[in-house]
Unconditional design. Structure first.
Ligand code: 2M8
Length: 445
């Protein structure tokens, strides 16, 4: 299990260990999210992984994203998982047979199989970072050519989120499933609780054999609900219009939306790099404006936190999680000041018991806070990387540097675990998690 490297580890040694994790998980052109628990290519993992590869081999970083986008759906969706054809059927559940995405006319054919949902759109952020690293080096021309081929695919991906995932034009992206990124976050508890779970075909969980104890993963009850939702999505043939008409898990997701705003800002930068048309630029700008006002509408006047909107009840989901701080991901959000106060407060990075002043997945002040259970309390380095970027882009350099220092110190002690206990620093989940190693490489650059 993860080794504790201690404070004596130099930056160079930490970077070398991180690069070793990426190399160990490298399948040749794409990277497993983790050695055993996640033996496939995950969408937002691969974006972070590309950010890491940029520090090791910038061309390899572009290949990571090109490979992912080969499996893009005809409607523009970038799937949550691109399955590794070489991994055995027992390596991970749910497998391609359970997803059965061939029921959708939009699913790709002739490439690797995929799941039928998506994840936060970190990809343009990753490609912009790759471009920053490549510019002025001997790789510049090659990378620019690669970005040129990827640019229209990134546009189609963001358009999918802006249109198919927001048919009412609210500016907020709808999520359909906890597996769209933040699995067992308490953000989803109420809507999952309301589900009337029907017949779920029998299944065996594969995840539990790869963690030290089941308490670090979602419960069996949660898995039944996740799989029931999968059955319903399949019945709707993964059709966004049909899903928006009748489906019991429709949540306007503030975090997904904020990542999209940040990604659209990155995409504008890429538009310059590839000399995109003015209409492409105008389209991106309209997405940014819409997302920004959407997020502003979710900020609770009392707490200053952004809350998801549960479309099933029409009410905000008033749970304090990292997602509530998402105005920080937009340099021009009008809600930054209150978000900064929340960030520094006891509800988040300012809690006196935290080993490092980092953002925990769920606030230690929430009753449901569970410091060893997945998205219900532990610290996730990738989440902190996004907030570090948001602080830096917003010009808050002192806070950004402090968060980077705290994060690097945590990684020296914890290793490249999937997530860790916010108070003790115990490594949790998978060891050698690719995206954790990747953000370490970027922080060290
Ligand atoms: C976790 O989710 C997967 C399903 O996608 C799982 O629990 O099996 C989440 O942390 C998700 O955000 C992440 O992309 C994935 C791979 O690291 O693992």
């Amino acid at each position: 299990h993860p080794t504790s490297h201690g404070t004596t580890l130099t930056d160079t040694a930490l970077g070398d260990l991180a690069a070793d994790v990426l190399r160990a998980n490298d399948m040749g052109g794409w990277t497993k999210a983790a050695p055993l628990l996640y033996p496939h290519q995950w969408s937002w993992d691969s974006a972070f992984v590309a950010i890491g590869w940029a520090q090791v081999d910038v061309r390899r970083a572009m290949t990571e994203q090109q490979r992912l986008f080969e499996a893009q759906w005809a409607n523009g969706m970038v799937p949550q998982i691109v399955f590794n054809p070489l991994a055995g059927p027992d390596s991970y559940f749910p497998d391609p047979a359970r997803w059965a995405v061939e029921v959708s006319p939009d699913a790709p054919v002739g490439v690797a199989e995929t799941s039928g949902i998506c994840q936060p759109p970190v990809h343009a952020i990753a490609v912009a970072r790759i471009w920053e690293v490549a510019a002025g080096t001997e790789a510049e021309a090659d990378v620019r050519a690669e970005i040129r081929t990827l640019f229209p695919k990134l546009m189609a991906w963001h358009r999918y989120l802006a249109e198919h995932r927001d048919p009412s034009g609210s500016g907020l992206v709808t999520t359909y499933h906890p597996w769209e990124g933040i699995d067992n976050s308490p953000r989803w508890d109420a809507v999952l609780e309301r589900l009337e779970v029907g017949d779920v075909p029998a299944y065996v969980r594969r995840d539990l054999s790869h963690v030290a104890d089941a308490g670090q993963r979602p419960s069996n009850d949660a898995y039944d609900r996740f799989l029931w939702l999968l059955e319903l999505l399949k019945r709707h043939r993964y059709d966004d219009a049909a899903i928006h008409r009748s489906y019991p898990f429709l949540v306007k997701d503030v975090f997904l939306t904020s990542v999209l705003v940040m990604a659209n800002q990155a995409l504008l930068g890429l538009a310059d790099a590839v000399g995109a048309t003015s209409s492409a630029r105008a389209e991106i700008e309209s997405w940014i404006a819409r997302g920004r006002s959407g997020i502003a509408s979710t900020v609770d006047t009392e707490t200053g936190l952004a809350y998801d909107l549960d479309l099933g009840t029409g009410t905000p989901v008033e749970i304090r999680t990292f997602a509530g701080l998402c105005p920080l991901l937009d340099a021009e959000s009008g809600d930054r000041d209150r978000a900064l106060k929340n960030l520094d407060s006891e509800a988040f990075a300012g809690h006196p018991d935290l080993r490092w002043a980092m953002v925990p997945s769920t606030s230690p002040l929430e009753e449901c806070f569970d410091p060893r259970n997945y998205w219900r309390g532990p610290v996730w380095p990738i989440v902190n990387w996004l907030y570090w970027r948001g602080l830096r882009d917003g010009g808050d350099l002192v806070r950004a540097d402090a968060l980077r220092e705290a994060s690097l110190d945590s990684l020296r002690h914890v290793g490249f675990a999937e997530y860790f206990h916010p108070v003790t620093g115990e490594a949790l989940g998978s060891a050698m998690q690719s995206w954790t190693a990747a953000v370490a490489l970027d922080w060290l650059a």
